[in-house]
Design a protein around this ligand. Sequence first.
Ligand code: PLP
Length: 314
Amino acid sequence: MSDAPVAEDVRAAAARIEGLAHRTPVLRSRTLDERVGATLFFKAETFQRTGAFKFRGAANAIARLTPEQRRLGVVAFSSGNHAQAIALAARCADVPAVIVMPNDAPAIKLEATRGYGAEVVLYDRYAEDRQAIGTRLADERGLTLIPPFDHPDIIAGQGTAALELLEETGPLDLLLAPLGGGGLLAGTALAASLLSPKCQIIGVEPEAGDDGKRSFAAGKIISIPVPATIADGAQTTALGRLTFEIIRERVTAIETATDEQLRSTMRTLATRMKLVVEPTGCLAAAAVLEGVVPVAGKRVGIILSGGNVDFGSL
Ligand SMILES: *Cc1c(COP(=O)(O)O)cnc(C)c1O
């Protein structure tokens, strides 16, 4: 029997995180609609707390802890948006949080994570295994490990972004989401099965890290080495067991975008819509605006998953 979440879990997650996560805006652009000949709806998770949709899954997972688990605290390993999401969601719920981060993570990310009140444990990413460190901390201190994507409460929480989008737009023809480990895409597909069951769901990953596309085609999870891409939020090496199970069953296709297409999309979204979107957050938009996925005449939802750009590189 599977422990994968079901569509109703997304609705339950939405009720649980209401008032805690922001209900982010759905934005339109007449210029971009005209450019692609479609009706585009952008769900701007760039305005979510901590700057990315990951706060949704984090808040849902923490709300589901038992009183004993709450008292002992949680641990997460991540150098990116999951770390900050867990740190803030834990603080909102008065739960102690330990975040395992590489000692060469950008100072600004270390500061942000500490700023949300988490204890940061550093490790050497070339010599140590973060999963092993996280597991050891969990064992020694009784902490609950919250993984970044392959967890039923995380998947259900991430699905609330698409649920809100579809509540506003009504049924869509196509709905696209960025793909890393698959928490966002799996949750999106579950939400669509409730509110827009005929909608085609497309995941978009970096071309250099096309393990999702290959796994989808092969019907089994394929792992790759850490891909070289500017989409740092999608530098995952394999889909999760639960996320793959849902993606396989409910997703229509997986497409890819190149770094050049992501750069071009960042520029388009900044100039046309005045939006700062991080490279990973541009994946779904790039597939539409750069012509990877044909959309003419369709009603299309696009998840802009996050806006945490390093301003030096921007
Ligand atoms: C984590 C992340 C993703 C990928 O999400 P998964 O659930 O791992 O597929 C996409 N965009 C942003 C901004 C992220 O932080």
